[in-house]
Design a protein around this ligand. Structure first.
Ligand code: FE2
Ligand code: FE2
Length: 289
């Protein structure tokens, strides 16, 4: 039975005190929603959070971006990477940090999920750019990829220990997908849980929608959802991090996704080539061999 057709028994507030949204995140999301995020505003927000500043600088100086000169300040990082990309990175870093706090025993698993999420973010951005050219939604595409599995972070926090063992368990093709295990244990899957948190935290509606639909085979006609599905597939195939699954939901037909996105065989090969190159950068950054 699919998550959407059964009553939702999982309640974020009742099951556990979900960390309240960090203030810096509220402000960044508000600016994102109102489309008023200026470089100066973003710099001020990030500078108030030294841990966030340090991690953004580390990312800006990583093999992801290979800038010739060392990026020493947040304002320099914003000039080089752009307001939208730094906004997305700040949101992702903040969320993963918020949920990892106090989860020491599962930190390695959450780090694998963060690696997977970054990989999907980079790949969705590439797919979107290839199909639509550089435009505003390109950075939104990155954010959709980065947060598509947000619900899993909530499940880690809500069910310490138990969710970790479901996530870490070795699964074969004949086993259920992680969505199946989640539904069996919690009555909902991470797509539903992720949408709940996205709504609760006031994320843009479209982002909450992509999080909810990223495993729904009837949504392949939605270009952003289809791009996330494709990027998810590539990240799993190349083992960029780990998202607790053995593969993509078998009800999603990749050939259909490619055709809905009008991606030719040649373009698909190019994308795979790009993904394997990026895979090296991502793994190096996260120090995974
Ligand atoms: Fe997922
Ligand atoms: Fe995923």
């Amino acid at each position: 039975m699919s998550a959407s057709s059964q009553p939702v028994s999982f309640q974020i507030d009742k099951e556990l005190e979900i960390p309240s949204i960090p203030l810096v995140l509220i402000k960044i999301i508000q600016a994102l929603d109102q489309d008023t995020s200026s470089a100066k505003q973003l710099e001020d927000l990030i500078m108030h959070d030294p841990a966030l500043s340090a991690r953004i600088l580390r990312l800006a100086n990583s093999a992801f971006y290979s800038f010739r000169a060392r990026v020493k300040t947040i304002s320099h990082a914003i000039t080089l990477l752009g307001v939208s990309l730094v906004t997305s990175l700040a949101i992702g870093i903040n969320i993963f940090d918020t949920f990892t706090k106090g989860a020491k025993s599962e930190a390695a698993l959450i780090n694998q999920l963060w690696t997977h999420s970054c990989g999907v973010g980079v790949l969705v951005r590439k797919i979107w750019m290839q199909k639509n050219g550089i435009q505003k939604e390109t950075e939104f595409a990155f954010l959709c990829g980065l947060l598509h599995d947000l619900g899993k972070v909530v499940l880690f926090k809500t069910y310490p220990g138990k969710y970790g063992s479901i996530f870490a368990a070795e699964k074969t093709e004949s086993d259920m997908t992680i969505c199946g295990y989640e539904e069996e244990n919690y009555g909902v899957d991470h797509a539903v849980v992720g949408e709940m948190l996205a709504k609760q935290w006031g994320f843009p509606k479209e982002l909450a929608g992509v999080i909810r639909k990223h495993h729904d085979p009837s949504e392949t006609g939605n270009p952003m959802v289809a791009s996330v599905m494709l990027a998810d597939h590539l990240a799993k195939e190349l083992k960029i991090g780990y998202d607790g699954d053995h593969g993509l939901n078998p009800s999603i037909d990749i050939a259909e996704v490619l055709s809905k996105l009008s991606i030719s065989e040649g373009e698909w090969e190019q994308l795979k080539e790009f993904a394997s190159q990026e895979c090296v950068n991502i793994k190096r950054f996260f120090q995974i061999s």
